[in-house]
Ligand binder design. Structure first.
Ligand code: C2O
Length: 546
């Protein structure tokens, strides 16, 4: 039997403040946030689901976890505590590179603050995992307490598990949450909708459930003789927002701000309102864009964040459905159905409200990406390499697995141009830790045999001449994604040119910490790819010291 949609109310996740205010002055704060195994109600008619949840205590733990509110330049220390009992609640495959081949001694976890610009010891390296009470620790584990200095620009981040080989199942189990860095001096004058009622994070993901309420994940590998359980992508048939399946929210006739995080493993959302309400974007991933950008739809890949204002006073109807029409896998998979095509329902109160919030002409101006100061140009190819044993092809970056020695060693404060060449059939959301980038353009590759041939042979940097082959049509970057991003959707068959800055984007200082110390940083695709058997969230390469 199918679940009835729009029967549960949209929850707000609990807020945890990453600072204290003493005599009106904000002060740094230390938090202890645990990971707990508990039951969670995803829908009125579904029995409680066993999940892994973040929270200050088991009782307070939620899926998604609490929203952490941080303040620009105020340190937040978090001791992430693994309280998970042994034996994973979901099937995962020990034959891929993974933290532990058995979870009978505890579940390896490590937290990455996605979009955070911090010491690599606090970045949640995939090999810095630890089990309950730190009984077993990964090879790059260094410290129990992470320091988030929050010295970066204001915006939206999210925290999620990043353990080697277990990331996809730890996220599916519930280890995700949002994190906001506020900067009142920059943000208050903007006059955007604010306060808990009018400024809300919405964490979206898809899940499938069995009738007993447990999370359904196919446990048969697509090549069982080699990898008994490995399933590269996960698509669920229920759409969850803030921990409820297809919730609904009653809103006033005024402006609201929604910070939308796509926390799905593989599902893209192309969001729109069924009654034609416009989305006025103000931010993309962790940063504000220069000026508001209106559109009817917004495409959010796995791990991307979009931040927009909706003005419900412009609605002619009293109901607005937030809907999704992105095929899965994106872009050439199946169309959505009646249910996966719906996200949540808004019931709009009839009376017009006094609304003092506004959408300013300009938001936040960051320095332009200075192409004249580019110190390095890199070519990064996503290509499905076939190994000599008969197993699924591997999707590697430049033919290298995560464990290979580091090849990208940018300098602190430097600007680089990267050409990312996607020769696979799927769109891949590329995520870069530590750096921020602007997408300059996407150009279709004229896939001459010569080019393909050279791709298959190359094992190191791609030396094929992109210029000679990137001669097809150009696709413009939508206005709402022209700012500084940390994830972007790499179109299949295209080369995407990005300019990456390794340094803060709002000041000229590079970092206030030594970015060359510690285990380094990663860049990777945020979807466990198809067909690959690479660890965690799919392809991974490290950026070492900057
Ligand atoms: Cu959202 Cu390397 O992570």
């Amino acid at each position: 039997s199918k679940l009835e949609i729009f029967v549960d109310e949209l929850p707000d996740m609990p807020k945890i403040y990453g600072y204290d205010v003493v005599d009106g002055v904000p002060k740094s704060k230390s938090l202890k946030i645990g990971m707990f195994k508990k039951k969670w109600k995803f829908h009125r008619d579904l029995p409680p689901t066993t999940v892994y949840a973040y929270g200050l205590s088991k009782r307070k733990a939620t899926v998604p976890g609490p929203t952490i509110e941080a303040l620009h330049r105020i340190d937040t220390h978090v001791t992430w505590q693994n309280q998970l009992p042994p034996n994973h609640i979901l099937p995962w495959d020990p034959t891929i590179p993974t933290a532990l081949t058995k979870t009978t001694h505890g579940i390896p976890t490590v937290v990455h603050l996605h979009g955070g610009i911090h010491h690599s010891e606090s970045d949640g390296n995939a090999n810095s995992w630890f089990t309950s009470r730190y009984k077993i620790k990964g090879p790059t584990w260094t410290n129990k307490t992470y320091l988030y200095s929050n010295n970066q620009h204001p915006g939206n981040l999210w925290y999620h598990d990043h353990a080697m080989g277990l990331t996809r199942v730890n996220l599916l189990a519930g280890l995700i949450g949002s994190y906001i860095i506020r900067h009142p001096k920059i943000e208050s004058p903007l006059g955007l909708p604010h306060g808990d009622e009018y400024d809300r994070p919405l964490v979206l993901f898809d899940r499938s459930f069995k009738t007993d309420g447990s999370i359904y994940m196919n446990s048969t590998g697509n090549n069982p003789s080699i990898h008994p359980q490995w399933q590269p992508e996960y698509f669920g048939d229920a759409i969850i927002v803030n921990g409820k399946a297809w919730p609904s929210l009653t809103v006033r006739r005024r402006k609201y701000r929604f910070r939308i995080i796509n926390a799905s493993n593989a599902r893209f959302f192309r969001l729109f309102f069924t009654n034609g309400l416009r989305l006025v974007h103000v931010g993309s991933d962790s940063a504000y864009i220069r000026k508001p950008a209106a559109s009817n739809k917004t495409l959010v890949g796995p791990s991307e964040i979009t931040d927009f204002i909706v003005d419900f006073s412009k609605s002619e109807s009293n109901v607005a459905i937030l809907a999704n029409d992105a095929p899965y896998p994106y872009p050439s998979g199946d169309p959505v159905d009646e249910l996966t095509g719906k996200v949540m329902k808004f019931t709009i109160l009839p009376d017009k409200e006094l609304d003092t919030s506004r959408i300013p002409k300009k938001l936040v101006e960051y320095p332009v990406a200075d192409l004249s100061s580019v110190s390095q140009t890199r070519y990064i190819a996503m290509y499905e390499y076939t190994s000599n044993i008969d197993e699924p092809t591997h999707l590697y970056l430049n033919g290298k697995p995560y464990d290979a020695p580091v090849t990208e060693t940018p300098k602190a404060g430097s600007t680089e141009v990267w050409y990312v060449i996607n020769l696979t059939d799927d769109n891949h959301p590329l995520h870069i830790h530590l750096g921020l980038f602007k997408v300059l353009d996407q150009t279709e590759l004229v896939k001459s045999d010569e080019f393909k041939d050279c791709m298959t042979k190359i094992n190191d940097a791609v030396k094929c001449h992109v210029d000679e082959h990137a001669r097809g049509k150009k696709v413009a970057v939508p206005n709402y994604e022209k700012g500084w991003k940390n994830v972007f959707k790499m179109r299949p068959g295209f080369v995407t040119k990005i300019v990456v800055r390794f340094g803060y984007i709002h000041t000229n200082t590079s970092y206030e910490f030594d970015a060359t110390a510690g285990p380094g940083y990663a860049y990777h695709c945020h979807t466990p790819t198809r067909p690959t058997h690479k660890a965690g969230k799919g392809i991974s390469r490290r950026i070492e010291s900057v």
